[in-house]
Design a protein around this ligand. Sequence first.
Ligand code: FE2
Ligand code: FE2
Length: 133
Amino acid sequence: MISVIVPSTGIRLIDNEHKDLAEIVEKILKENMKYVELVEYYQVLADEVMIHFEHEQELMIDYKYPRQCYLKHEKDHTHKTIEILWLKNNLKNIGNNREYHAEQMSRLVKWLVYHISIEDVNLGKFLVSKGLQ
Ligand SMILES: [Fe+2]
Ligand SMILES: [Fe+2]
């Protein structure tokens, strides 16, 4: 089992959503997962990831995050969204291959931790400096 330790961004909404994403990943990794459940969890993962990215991007726009920082951050989000949607849409071909999904979730967790530690923590510092919590 992967245990996900994500750094805090200082912004409650963002931190809570990160925890929710980590929980979905852990569910996908559950032993004895049925294929139908896997399909459902991937759908939830894709939905929640997109909602989360949208929330962060809305905050960047509302609080006038510097444009270059916004563009870089948004690009990261877009790449990861495409990957997750590809996974979700190809589940029929992949099937319930536990090893494959464990590997994909491990990659996703590594990306999340990396992205959060850099992009989201920077965004958090900026938002905190604007008075958000
Ligand atoms: Fe982000
Ligand atoms: Fe995030």
